[in-house]
Design a protein around this ligand. Structure first.
Ligand code: FES
Ligand SMILES: [Fe+2]
Length: 403
């Protein structure tokens, strides 16, 4: 990783541990209206303006191992098929036939040379071109050249696959910005999927994201695991462009250099700072990636409805030989499950309280400011003019974004 960034983070950790009052440059973080988590109009806007118009994490390129491999992706709200073409390029299309709109595949995943609609068997190649129309004699002036599947943006950075329904969106690497450089150590192209866990939680998706943007809660919610390992007084954060963020918390001294994974399953490209700390990247809108050596996870918070979220954990580790996942990686998944169970149990009662008439705007500490940064990016992504009255957050932290 960049030596200057490492140096800066280490210096900031030292400052954080030493301070006994808010830092000199801190301001009172403006309040966050509780209605953002409850207003149905706000939720509708989020679906339309955020999830249909931002880069969303869809997996690792190794999951489309061969030409013709495809997977359905429905998390943005529209059915999309992501397919590796015979030319080896990954592409995404709406899963909707040009004849009368039916799905061109109903399987969640598979490998095929053609995607054939089950309604009347129009069939498309893996690059989306219409190749066969049964009984074409009955169509007047059918221009099959024009009738390709409708494309969706699909870009791959370091092996990580993202899709975006907005044809005008900036390229993925521009959107990710400094994250691209700072997450390089994980060596994405060398990763392989370990497993996936999905938890359904009765809470608004932003309440879930907020919970992963601070470590203030670990002493109370995770006293028997995370709080034993990490020193919450060391937390240092960066507000990055486009609502992204970085959150670093140092491990307690006695555990700082304790190896967390055997040499055999270690990821040699992960740098020392990422080993001595918990550093997680928040990628707008709904992805959190805690860097780690060995197996590590991409956490996505997918809205189901205004008060229901699916927390999806996609685990990856350096590619290993053979079919069987190393036991050590599976144990890490299990261990993390106990932390997730605590977060999960925490959430539904919070949603109920936030929905009560007694709920007041949230008071945010300086050490929790990434929450405000994320919420501000939500406003910007929706478009401030469209926000329901009284739901916007302040612009007061905009000048703290590190360009
Ligand atoms: S809707 Fe697809 S072939 Fe008719
Ligand atoms: Fe937590």
């Amino acid at each position: 990783m960049d030596v200057a960034i490492e140096q800066t983070i280490r210096e900031r950790i030292a400052v954080e541990k030493a301070r006994t009052a808010p830092p000199a440059d801190a301001i009172a973080v403006p309040l966050i209206p509780a209605t953002r988590y409850t207003n149905p109009d706000f939720f509708e806007l989020e679906m339309q303006q955020i999830f249909h118009r931002n880069w969303l994490f869809a997996g690792h390129e190794s999951e489309w191992a061969e030409p013709g491999a495809y997977q359905l992706f429905t998390r943005s709200g529209a059915p999309i098929v992501i397919v590796r073409g015979q030319d080896n390029v990954l592409r995404a299309f709406y899963n909707s036939c040009r004849h009368r709109g039916a799905p061109v595949t109903r399987d969640v995943c598979g490998v095929a040379k053609r995607l054939t609609c089950q309604y009347h068997s129009w069939s498309y190649d893996t690059q989306g071109k219409l190749k066969a129309v049964p009984d074409s004699r009955s169509f007047v002036d059918l221009d099959t050249e024009e009738l390709a599947l409708v494309p969706v943006r699909c870009e791959v950075w370091q092996g990580w696959v993202f899709i975006n329904e907005d044809a005008q969106a900036e390229p993925l690497i521009d959107f990710l910005g400094p994250i691209c450089e700072q997450m390089l150590d994980i060596n994405g192209p060398g990763m392989r999927r370990v497993g996936r866990q999905i938890h359904r939680v009765e809470a608004n998706w932003k309440l879930m994201v907020d919970a992963f943007l601070e470590v203030y809660h670990i002493r109370t919610v995770h006293p028997d695991n995370a709080a034993l390992l990490y020193d919450d007084q060391s937390v240092t954060v960066s507000m990055l462009p486009n609502g992204h963020s970085r959150l670093t918390t140092e491990k307690r001294e006695e555990l700082r250099d304790f190896p967390m994974v055997s040499d055999q399953n270690d990821n040699p490209s992960v740098g020392l700072l990422w080993r001595q700390t918990s550093t997680s990247f928040g990628i707008f809108p709904n992805l959190v990636v805690p860097m780690d050596t060995g197996a590590f996870t991409f956490l996505s918070m997918w809205p189901v409805d205004q008060r229901t979220t699916e927390l999806e954990l996609n685990w990856f580790a350096p590619a290993w030989e053979g079919e069987e996942v190393p036991e050590e990686h599976l144990q890490r998944l299990e261990l993390f499950d106990t932390v997730m169970a605590q977060d999960k149990a925490n959430m539904a009662p919070i949603q109920a309280s936030v929905e009560s008439p007694g709920a007041q705007p949230f008071q945010i500490g300086w050490h929790e400011r990434l929450i405000h940064h994320f919420q501000r990016a939500v406003d910007l992504s929706i478009g401030p003019d469209l926000l329901p009255a009284g739901t916007a957050v302040s612009t007061a932290l905009d000048s703290y974004v590190e360009r």
